[in-house]
Every structure is written in structure tokens, then in C-alpha cells.
Design a protein around this ligand. Structure first.
Ligand code: GRG
Length: 298
């Protein structure tokens, strides 16, 4: 089977898992429910659950206990996008080729929908404790999930990124951008891969190695995101390009230029693949996925 077929197969599986964990319609206020389902079913690459699944499989994991965490990580990611698109942050009306949540349901419901999906993500992840699995590993996985999304991870990085906007009182340099990228973006790549490793039975040193690999992938992913914001089109990307320029945001591209930014994406990806090769298990698909991400168009 060629790579694209394997990827489609995984996306379909992930979407089935996400659907199976969506909130109960009869128990949730109708508009909140509709906005949550709209946001979760708007498409997207489903990258984070796929990375979790592949890392889990690489360490020999083959049980359904990974599924609540796969759904939860995509919920946390989606909630961050819903909030990122709000008028108070990026003020974008298009995402994944569709109207953003607040553009459809209004700003107040957009705020609540992001909150609701975030809270529901933890309700979903906790479902994993119903499975017959090692409690200590489940606790570690919950800790990684919550910390990488929170003030020491994505939320912390986003708060510095907000100050980076409009060239406010901070003077962005590569060190600061690195901090933003490591936290805002890489933390939410580290979480799924580390959870896959933990639940798959990886040793402590292997989990640390996975975290390092994921950080490199996350940095490369964000730099490529900034590159695409400059060179792509609204149609191809499914969201407005030149968003960083609109928000007067300093990015890797305008600090080092397009060519150096692209070279950095390639270098980080190669470093991640070299490290991945030191780990045991089947990783052909994961390696191909990392290569594809480095040269992705959306
Ligand atoms: C929810 C705890 C919590 C905090 C929210 C608003 C915010 C704080 C964080 C925003 C983080 C953010 C938008 C980072 C950018 C990461 C990024 C490049 C996202 C795009 O990911 P893709 O390309 O999106 O995987 P798809 O649409 O394919 O899923």
C-alpha cells in the first residue's frame, strides 16, 4: 500500500474514534452541542492522534485504551484553534476551508465552545481509566496531556505569542520565537507522541527521546506553517494567508528569510528522523509522515 492510502486509512480510523467520543446530544444544550460537533467535524489533518497512534504501535501497543487519548488530543487542539480564531486573537473567519466557529455561532458561543471542547477533552481522556490498563501509566499520560496543553506548554507559549503581536512591548528575536514555537506548537506534538510511548510501554529513556523527537517535529511544523502563510493561497491552505502580516506578527520567515526558514525545517526533520531510528519498532510510516510534513502544502 502506498503512503497516501495508509494515511487515508489512518485519518478515517481517527475520525471514527473522534465521532465515538462526541458529547451526548440529549444531555447538552442544543447550540453548544452543535458548535462542538461543527468544530470537531470540520476536517483537518488529524495529525496529533495519528502521531499518538503510530508512536503507540511502534512500542508494541495494540489496545483500545489509546482511543480516548486520541480523541482528547484532537479536542484540545481543536479548542485551541477555535479560540485562536476569535476576534480577540487572530480574528479569522476561515479555517480548514470552512467558516470558523465564531463566524457561524457568534463570538460568545465561540468562547464557550472552545471552553466546552477543552473541558470535554479531559472528560474523554478520563474514560481510559475504565479500561483494564496500568493505572500508573494512565496517570502519567493524563499528566503529560494536561501539562503540555497548559501554562507550561501550549497556553504559556500562546500568551507570549499574543504579546509578540502588534510589535508591542517585546522585541522578538530567534530566542523568543523558539520559546513561542516550543510551547505554543511543539508541546502539542510532544504530548501525543509521549502518551503513545507511555501507554505503549516505552522505557523512561525512550520517552525522553520521543519528547526530543517531537519537539523537533513541532518546531519544524510551526516554521513550515509560517512559510505557508507567506507562499500559499487561501484556497490551498483552507484559511487566510498573510495572517501573520495582518497581525504584525514576527515569524521565523521575516527574521531569517524564506530560504533559511525552509532549510531549518529540513534540518529539524532530518534530526528527528535520525533520532527516531535509534528507537525500536516498526517506523516506516512515521518516517514517511515526517518527510511529508516538512514539504506539506497545507
Ligand atoms: C485550549 C489550553 C488551550 C489554550 C488555547 C489559543 C491558544 C490557547 C492556543 C493557540 C495555539 C495555536 C493555534 C498554535 C498553532 C499551532 C498550529 C500550527 C496549528 C495548526 O495545526 P494543523 O495544521 O491544523 O495541524 P489542522 O487544521 O490540520 O488540524
Amino acid at each position: 500500500m502506498i503512503f497516501n492510502e495508509k494515511l487515508t486509512q489512518r485519518v478515517e480510523y481517527v475520525e471514527g474514534v473522534i465521532d465515538s467520543f462526541l458529547p451526548k446530544k440529549d444531555k447538552c444544550p442544543a447550540t453548544l452541542y452543535a458548535s462542538m460537533v461543527y468544530s470537531m467535524q470540520a476536517g483537518g489533518k488529524r495529525l496529533r492522534p495519528i502521531l499518538m497512534l503510530e508512536t503507540y504501535r511502534m512500542f508494541g501497543g495494540n489496545k483500545a485504551v489509546i482511543e480516548p487519548f486520541m480523541a482528547a488530543i484532537e479536542m484540545i487542539h481543536t479548542s485551541s484553534l477555535v479560540h485562536d480564531d476569535l476576534p480577540a486573537i487572530d480574528n479569522d473567519e476561515l479555517r480548514r476551508g470552512k467558516k470558523t466557529t465564531h463566524a457561524v455561532y457568534g463570538e460568545a458561543m465561540g468562547v464557550l465552545c472552545g471552553d466546552a471542547i477543552l473541558n470535554y477533552a479531559y472528560e474523554t481522556a478520563l474514560e481510559a481509566f475504565r479500561y483494564n490498563a496500568d493505572r500508573e501509566k494512565l496517570f502519567m499520560a493524563m499528566k503529560v496531556l494536561s501539562e503540555k496543553a497548559g501554562i507550561y506548554g501550549m497556553l504559556g507559549g500562546q500568551s507570549v505569542d499574543v504579546e509578540n503581536e502588534k510589535r508591542g512591548n517585546l522585541t522578538p528575536d530567534l530566542e523568543m520565537l523558539d520559546y513561542i514555537h516550543k510551547h505554543k506548537t511543539a508541546a502539542l506534538i510532544e504530548a501525543p507522541m509521549m502518551i503513545g510511548a507511555i501507554l505503549g510501554g516505552a522505557q523512561k529513556g525512550e520517552i525522553v527521546c520521543v519528547e526530543e523527537i517531537a519537539e523537533k517535529i513541532g518546531l519544524a511544523f510551526q516554521i513550515q506553517d509560517d512559510v505557508l502563510d507567506v507562499i500559499s493561497t487561501d484556497e490551498e491552505l483552507g484559511k487566510p494567508v498573510h495572517s501573520d502580516e495582518k497581525n504584525e506578527k514576527i515569524t521565523y520567515v521575516n527574521l531569517v528569510g524564506l530560504e533559511q526558514a525552509r532549510a531549518k525545517v529540513a534540518a529539524l526533520t532530518n534530526e528527528a528522523i535520525r533520532l527516531l531510528e535509534t528507537l525500536p519498532g516498526e517506523k516506516e510510516f512515521l518516517e514517511q509522515l515526517l518527510q511529508t510534513l516538512a514539504y506539506r502544502k497545507k
